[in-house]
Design a protein around this ligand. Structure first.
Ligand code: PBG
Length: 322
């Protein structure tokens, strides 16, 4: 045997030198849940270690993360049922706590990069990402609501908008709406290939945003499909997206790889709530080592081709970096 691959694995130093993929705290966007009020911090039952914060405590959390090296955050609001309606009106009410929280975080920590979510579900009495009429999701009418929401979030100080709704044409529609009011600097990270997934349930618990009827299969993609992601990617790119996202991440590593090979735009991957909770639950049961499973999963997402990882593990990862 003149070729022995094990020689390159014989010590930690050699293994370290030839590591092809390295994670950095800079790769991450940390999703955070915001609620109305003061001095509120509630753990999400199905996401151990993840909390819904009122704005005052959110500021503390962001400050702590910044000192750990996390510079980018994706803020999601949780609204009580009483604030929801069919048209998601609260989403563009300039006095709503979510928009004020975005503004507060951005003015307190101008160096932080703030991403927001553009979709109707947290504000919708139907629990859907678009307007529901006779059981159908209305595409073009929804775009008008999304544009109002996007402009309100940009006005509040968001750096990156994340349309997570999967309506057709939304990236171009939002780009034009933003540009028309002078927000040419605000970026769009499109949820390009967002699948109708079972892995979003803990997130829907966190926001109380599960659909009241039906499912999201007429707008989110079928997990069976790979090449359809290329159609979405081509459209988002042509419509002016700055980043393309694949969501979820772990069951869709092939989609991350395919998009990476077919675009020059940066690729983001959303390591979603269910992917987080599975590892936490198995760790709590003593069935696997949560820290090692976390690192291996995050590494696999980057190895597949993601430049950016949205993950509830971001803070835990940053702490390990010391
Ligand atoms: C809603 C939205 C969802 C997530 C992000 N934005 C849920 C859904 O589409 O039902 C899921 C994130 C996660 O599971 O961590 N537009």
């Amino acid at each position: 045997m003149n070729i022995r691959p094990r020689r390159n694995r014989k010590s930690a130093v050699i293994r370290g030198m030839i590591e092809e993929t390295r994670l950095s705290t800079k790769d991450f966007i940390f999703p955070l849940f915001v609620i109305e009020g003061t001095n509120q911090k509630e753990e999400v039952a199905s996401m151990p270690g993840i909390y819904r914060h009122s704005t005052d405590l959110l500021l503390k959390e962001v400050e702590e993360c910044l000192t750990l090296g996390i510079k980018a955050f994706d803020l999601f609001p949780a609204y009580p049922e009483s604030k929801k309606d069919k048209m998601a009106t609260e989403s563009h009410n300039p006095d709503t706590f979510y928009l004020k929280a975005i503004n507060k975080v951005k003015t307190t920590f101008p160096e932080a990069c703030i991403m927001t979510d553009v979709a109707m579900d947290p504000y919708s009495s139907d629990g859907h990402d678009g307007i529901v009429k006779d059981g159908n999701i209305l595409n073009d009418e929804t775009l008008e609501v999304l544009a109002k929401m996007a402009i309100a979030q940009a006005n509040a100080g968001a750096d990156i908008l994340g349309p997570s709704d999967m309506m057709d044409g939304r990236v171009g529609f939002l780009r034009e709406a933003l540009d028309n009011v002078g927000h040419t600097e605000v970026s769009i990270m499109s949820y390009t290939a967002k699948y109708a997934s079972a892995f979003y349930n803990p997130f829907r618990d966190a926001l109380d945003s599960a659909p009241k009827a039906g499912d999201k299969k007429t707008y989110q993609m079928d997990p069976a499909n790979l090449h359809e992601a290329l159609i979405e990617a081509e459209l988002d790119e042509a419509e002016g997206a700055d980043f393309l996202m694949v969501k979820p991440a772990l069951a869709y590593l092939d989609v991350i790889r395919l998009l990476k090979e077919n675009t020059n735009l940066p690729i983001a991957a959303y390591n979603v709530s269910g992917e987080y909770s599975m590892i936490k639950a198995a760790h709590q049961k003593g069935w696997l080592d949560g820290e090692r499973a976390m690192l291996e999963s995050l590494l696999s997402i980057k190895r597949a081709g993601a430049n950016i990882i949205l993950s509830y593990f971001a803070k835990e990862f940053a702490k390990l970096q010391g």
